[in-house]
Design a protein. Structure first.
Lengths: 174, 308
């Protein structure tokens, strides 16, 4: 015959298991809802694509301007490929936790680098490990890469040379 | 049974059962409440709206040249712009405090930003407010304007002596479960029969959902107005009115657009490029899922106005 105390102890263990189960259920429901929310409002890919367009076509970003101030979207002025210029072209008042990028301009052979520049470099190196395909879901970082054929103008040269502009854009998923 | 609860052990069992029941109810109700609030609440809509507007501002900034862009899909929400940030509020929310739904947009430091001082919000009476963005280097304006102020000047025509007949071709998607073919109910069926046809009054109307039959009717009867009610392919909230190059068709489109604007519904009049019907006076209205009854009713008013 089981003693009264043993029944009491059994009850407690039984209740602990139940409460744990309820807590697990709560966390699971919350997790499901968060996943739904994150997937519904995730704009990280769009943000990365808009960033690429922004840098490629904004007159105040890479676009070359001639002496009359005419803008040539799609033609890169290498002298404008500096972190300071990028920061001025795309400025966030508070700490930039929105986007970071590594942008490289190659010659037409796709191997010789003409210029490499980072936008928001500190965050780029912080986020880079989280952008690996091993990590998915909220809190991780989306990596969008794109290579665009461009013409570029370097120094005082009058010629436009063919090249490739490579973007590695990191945007946190939230 | 009751005898059991009168005993000490019975009471304990009863309490235990009640507590268990209470806990189960708490878990269930909180789970349902959370699920419903996520699924149907405004929070997700506001978050999406904040991101959408912020990314639109960013895109307009990037444009090489001068741009004017109207963000018409304001969904009755309030938008507050401050440096780098757009906060989104629902109708009754206080805009003085930061919103839980916000997003950041970057600023091109070469541009001078002019932002609206107060939250951009639809006013009383369901006014349709559009958030406008204008880039005219070195200036960038974000503002709002009311569509009702932009009534088009319509050409004067005299249609009072014309044959007062309207052929209504309903090319909208068929209602779920209904087989294809003529006379089957489409998603617009109720609105057309309750809001449009009764409004036409003495104006004769003929309703059909079969394209070939409408084609043959139109071929025999060139003097009627052909109205096509269609589904918006992109699910836009804005109404698109496609008209032919005929003067009377243009007038009908213009009248309809102005009446819709009066009802705070944004509508665009467009010249159709390819069309299957030979009727000279025709208008195809592409309608989304919002305000269908009002839009279709307004088209009825426009037809009346046209024949006056």
């Amino acid at each position: 015959m089981i003693a009264k105390k043993a029944i009491g102890a059994y009850d407690i263990v039984y209740w602990i298991v139940r409460i744990l189960f309820v807590l697990m259920m709560f966390f699971f429901l919350y997790f499901l809802a968060r996943v739904y929310e994150t997937r519904t409002v995730d704009t990280s890919e769009n943000e990365a694509r808009i960033f690429i367009m922004y840098m490629a076509y904004n007159p105040d970003a890479f676009s070359y301007r001639d002496t009359t101030n005419r803008v040539y979207p799609g033609i890169v002025d290498v002298s404008k490929m500096t972190p300071e210029m990028l920061e001025q072209a795309m400025h966030y008042e508070k700490e930039n936790r929105m986007i970071a990028a590594n942008i490289t301009l190659y010659q037409a052979d796709k191997t010789t680098t003409v210029r490499n520049v980072f936008y928001n470099e500190r965050e780029y190196w912080t986020w880079a490990p989280l952008s690996l395909p091993t990590f998915t879901g909220e809190g991780t970082v989306r990596n969008v890469s794109d290579i665009r054929y461009v013409l570029y103008k370097e120094g005082d040269s009058e010629d436009f040379k063919p090249g490739f502009l490579k973007f590695d854009v990191l945007v946190p998923k939230s | 049974m009751l005898k059991v609860f009168k005993q000490k052990k019975g009471m304990r069992e009863l309490y235990k059962m009640l507590i268990e029941l209470l806990l189960a109810l708490m878990v269930m109700s909180s789970a349902i409440w959370y699920g419903v609030s996520v699924g149907t609440g405004m929070r997700l809509i506001k978050e999406k709206a904040a991101r959408d507007v912020a990314l639109t501002v960013e895109s307009v900034e990037a444009a090489p040249g001068s741009v004017f862009f109207s963000y018409a899909d304001t969904m009755g929400l309030k938008y507050k712009f401050s440096r780098n940030t757009v906060d989104v509020y629902s109708g009754g929310e206080d805009t003085s405090a930061p919103s839980s739904a916000f997003y950041f947009y970057p600023e091109d430091t070469a541009l001078k930003f002019t932002l609206p001082g107060e939250a951009v919000a639809p006013q009383q009476g369901q006014k349709k407010t559009v958030v406008s963005m204008k880039k005219n280097s070195p200036e960038f304006f974000i503002n709002s304007y009311d569509l009702s102020l932009e009534a088009m000047n319509c050409e004067k025509i005299n249609a009072s002596g014309d044959l007062q007949k309207v052929i209504i071709y309903d090319s909208g998607p068929k209602k779920e479960g209904s087989a294809g073919g003529a006379g089957v109910p489409s998603v617009f069926y109720d609105e057309i029969h309750q809001s449009l046809i009764p409004k036409l009054g003495i104006i004769e109307s003929q309703y059909d959902t079969d394209k070939d039959r409408v084609k043959s009717i139109v071929l025999q009867d060139q003097k009627s107005i052909l109205l096509e009610i269609a589904d918006s392919p992109g699910g836009d909230t804005d109404v698109k009115l496609y008209i032919s190059s005929d003067k009377k068709s243009r007038a009908l489109g213009c009248i309809t657009r102005n009446l819709l604007a009066k009802n705070r519904i944004s509508a665009t009049v467009l010249a159709e490029r390819y069309y299957d019907f030979a009727s000279p006076v025709r208008m195809k209205a592409e309608i989304g899922s919002l305000n269908r009854e009002l839009i279709i009713g307004t088209i009825g008013d426009a037809v009346n106005e046209y024949f006056k």
